[in-house]
Design a binder for this molecule. Structure first.
Ligand SMILES: Nc1ncnc2c1ncn2[C@@H]1O[C@H](COP(=O)(O)OP(=O)(O)OP(=O)(O)O)[C@@H](O)[C@H]1O
Length: 359
């Protein structure tokens, strides 16, 4: 059950190996004018200290709603209706708003695709970073200012002391994203959640921001939950990947295994739909036929069945659980093909052959 304590999450003691984030069987439901709709169903994932985990899936698969559920930032019409979300072992589901505010920023920071939604145009960036530090720590004004300058330098803003007095509109898109990362890191959170942090940036700036996130992880040990639709970014940045489809986790495992030997037909199709390298003009772009079902009209069996090339009779009626994939790999797949009772490990379907992700 949720705890009512209002203090920020305790820093881990030496030897404390509780995952930084543990999401177990979470359902998130919105009240709409058509009634309640469950847009995330039975989502489970774990992020360990210093680890980088990517969440991928088509638009509308529930990636952002999962992140907002962790952050306690769902709109008033949304609610986690089932399951558990633990940060360093502390239950967040049901946490009072005030306690959640203390957790956000102090223990978990979030960066979004569009930094302008988070940066206030009427305050200087220096003021906004100093505020983020002072709200969550007992730093005095001068110490907070020094820390803010340090953070700006760390995220690669040149001439950081004088840039403190700049307003968001005076910075480039990439610089604004760096400032947002500085704010998210202001209090040394255990976990950074980045929702499509590079989608709005041009390719060279994208690479710089991804490098910065990697550097943060190496130097500060901050775990990263990265939401993206870009499999090239996944292969570049993440150690483990969680694939979502129609509100459910359909596959997860180490990046090297999932990207080379996907076990779920959706993951395999997603990999085939990665645009070929721009230099390869003969390569064909595969499209996944059909569309993601609407949360109002979810199929009663496997949610991918209507689009699946391997569909079997019972897929339309029986919803598969997340199976442990037999063998050495630490992979899970929500597909009846991964049910070892019916399909021994050796009979992996051809569609799941290795696919190369262009970088
Ligand atoms: N406030 C809301 N009320 C009702 N439904 C919502 C609300 N917010 C999101 N949804 C629905 O939840 C589902 C999942 O949305 P979500 O934004 O998490 O997808 P996503 O995978 O992050 O997509 P994208 O890559 O486009 O951001 C979608 O069907 C969306 O329409």
């Amino acid at each position: 059950m949720p705890t009512r304590a209002e203090s920020p999450v305790k820093r881990p003691e030496a030897g404390d190996d509780a995952p930084v984030l543990q999401i177990d069987s979470v359902n998130t439901t919105f009240q709409t004018r058509f009634g309640p709709v469950e847009v995330v169903n039975d989502a489970s994932l774990t992020v360990h200290a210093g680890e980088s985990v990517a969440v991928v899936g088509e638009s509308g698969s529930g990636k952002s709603v999962t992140a907002l559920s962790v952050m306690g930032l769902l709109e008033n019409t949304g609610e986690v209706t089932h399951g558990s979300i633990r940060l360093r072992g502390r239950e967040l589901v049901g946490l009072p708003k005030r306690a959640y505010r203390a957790v956000r920023g102090r223990n978990v920071g979030m960066i979004f695709q569009d930094p302008t939604t988070c940066l206030d145009p009427v305050y200087t960036i220096g003021y906004q970073i100093v505020q983020a530090i002072r709200v969550h720590t007992d730093s005095g004004r001068r110490a907070a200012r020094e820390r803010a300058i340090e953070l700006l330098t760390m995220v690669g803003i040149p001439d950081s002391a004088s840039r403190m007095s700049a307003y968001p509109h005076e910075l480039s898109g990439g610089q604004r994203q760096r400032v947002m990362i500085a704010i998210a890191l202001a209090c040394g959170p255990d976990l950074l959640i980045a929702d499509e942090p590079t989608t709005a940036l041009d390719v060279t700036v994208q690479a710089q921001i991804l490098d910065l996130l990697q550097q943060t992880r190496r130097e500060l040990g901050t775990a990263l939950l990265l939401i993206t639709h870009d499999l090239a970014v996944v292969s570049e940045v993440a150690e483990r990947v969680v694939v979502m489809y129609a509100g459910q986790v359909v596959e997860q495992g180490p990046v090297a295994d999932v990207l080379t030997a996907p076990q779920h037909p959706y993951t395999a199709a997603l990999l085939r739909s990665v645009p070929p390298a721009v230099t390869d003009r003969s390569a064909k772009l595969h499209v996944i036929e059909g569309t993601v079902p609407s949360p109002h009209t979810m199929p009663s069996g496997c949610r991918f069945a209507p689009r699946c090339a391997h569909v079997m009779d019972h897929c339309a009626t029986d919803q598969p659980p997340l199976f442990e994939v037999p063998g050495e790999r630490e992979q899970q797949s929500r597909c009846w093909l991964a049910d070892s009772d019916q399909h021994p490990a050796s009979s992996a379907p051809e569609a799941h052959a290795a696919t190369e992700v262009p970088r």
